[in-house]
Design a protein around this ligand. Sequence first.
Ligand SMILES: [Zn+2]
Length: 307
Amino acid sequence: MILCADIGGSFIDFAVVHPDGRTEHRRSVPTPLDNAPAFIGALVALCAPWPDMPLHIAIAGVECPDTGIIRAANIPCLQALPLSAHLRRETGRIVRIANDADCFALAEAHFGVAKGHRNVFGVILGTGIGGGFILDGRIVPGLGGVTGEWGHAPLVIPPPASHDQESAQALVPLFRCGCGISGCLDTIAGARALERLHLWAGGTPQTSRTILEAWQTGDRQAGRTLDIWLSYMGAGLAHVINVTGSTIVPVAGGLSNAHALVDALDEAVRARILTTTSGPLLRRAALGADAGLLGAACLGLDIRAQN
Ligand SMILES: [Zn+2]
């Protein structure tokens, strides 16, 4: 059995996970956001019934491999805190931490839709976009703890004039991204960004859900917005596929509930990659909200395999 926690900006989900993916002793407590001792205390209390077992954590943040400090924009109390070392000191147990998008991709590779694939790039289309790259069943560690962040880098530049003279050239602005760069895919990709893109492209204020519904019923304005979205997202993800050699892309997050959007993005990606595939590359993820916990469990399975 493996102790796992999935730490987000709202809740800490906890479970004891079996190697086959079954979970028990599930708990969910609010994440203490501004109080580091309360945050540590919550984790210590959740694990207390299993004093000697390692703890594996999926977190909405990035652990610096050199300092152990977590960068998590939504959990301010973690600022400057080397969480795993702190927990190890408090509890005497081994603690291993990974980014939650990486854990989602890892879980899908072990238990979900990407089972059996060597190169897996998991994509989250949520409020923003995220990703995780899995090779041979393991998270690929990266510079500063970062891999799979395909949403950030200035990629949204005006397309060539011949591309879509009517709409695209003047319509896609260099929005400033939360990461500090302007023109990241993340500025047009997620649910809120899609709503902003729709407004910018001449649409009326709508939720991402109603924009997608209108698109599917053939609405011309929503069609223009989605043409722009698919063009940029398809290009960005095609680049990722060419670089990582991924043979499957599990897709999760709120926008993935629109099946037609995942299908259309798959088509846009496959039209832009260097190779051809007989079937879809993008597949809706299988594990839902449990992916973080199950991915954390995979970190534990990996440690066992190494010993
Ligand atoms: Zn960015």
